[in-house]
Design a protein around this ligand. Structure first.
Ligand SMILES: N[C@@H](CCC(=O)N[C@@H](CS)C(=O)NCC(=O)O)C(=O)O
Length: 205
């Protein structure tokens, strides 16, 4: 078994958290390196694309969240073997990356500039993504996004919906997803209650 180190920021969300959950579900021992923003600043230029997460496999650094999720998902039986179901899973993860990208563009704004940028998201892209994800969940049968079982797409959606409802994103109403897509809230609860997710958070406490 190779040695694994996952490097990400020190919080239970963002692009890194679904990878941590999937690694734990796979039963893979890994070094869970959690950086402060200051520490990241010091090593940023040493990462493959000046960004996190980075998974180091036997000392070789590999980037790109969804690629990492697919890799770990295959080892954790959380990635479909059927090609069409894998495509469904990938589509969902790409939409969630689009959300990360749009929200990420606002993360370092402040004051009025932040308010305007976030309101633009709330009136524009976020409803498009949320309603679109609602349809993709219905396509998957309503309980999971693909394969009629838990996949890495569900883990990523769970982390994203939790973040959007958390109140940590200023000017994003915490009930935005509730109003637009109640099925995504039920999905969040379903994934949160999954034994593998419960076991991961129990291991953290
Ligand atoms: N395409 C990359 C994007 C990674 C990314 O933008 N990560 C953010 C944190 S969630 C980051 O490290 N930003 C630091 C920066 O842009 O300086 C991926 O899928 O992993």
């Amino acid at each position: 078994m190779p040695s694994y180190k996952l490097t990400y920021f020190n919080f239970a969300g963002g692009r890194g958290e679904p990878i941590r959950i999937a690694l734990h579900a796979a039963g893979i021992e890994f070094e869970d390196e959690r950086l402060s923003f200051e520490q990241f600043g010091e090593m940023r230029l040493g990462t493959p694309f000046n960004a996190l997460p980075v998974l180091s496999v036997d000392g070789a650094d590999i980037s790109q969240t969804n690629s990492l999720l697919r890799y770990v998902g295959k080892m954790a039986d959380l990635y479909p073997t059927d090609n069409l179901q894998a495509l469904y899973c990938d589509e969902v993860m790409s939409v969630l990356e689009d959300i990360n990208h749009k929200v990420g563009q606002t993360l370092f704004l402040q004051g009025e500039e932040l308010r305007l940028a976030r309101e633009k998201l709330v009136d524009g892209w976020l409803p498009v993504f949320i309603k679109g994800l609602d349809k993709l969940l219905a396509r998957g049968g309503g309980e999971y996004f693909a394969d009629n079982q838990l996949t890495v797409a569900d883990l990523k959606a769970f982390v994203q919906v939790s973040s959007l409802r958390s109140g940590l994103l200023d000017h994003v109403p915490t009930d935005l997803v509730d109003r637009l897509a109640p099925a995504l809230i039920m999905h969040q609860s379903r994934i949160e209650a999954d034994a593998r997710v419960v076991a991961y958070y129990a291991s953290r406490s």
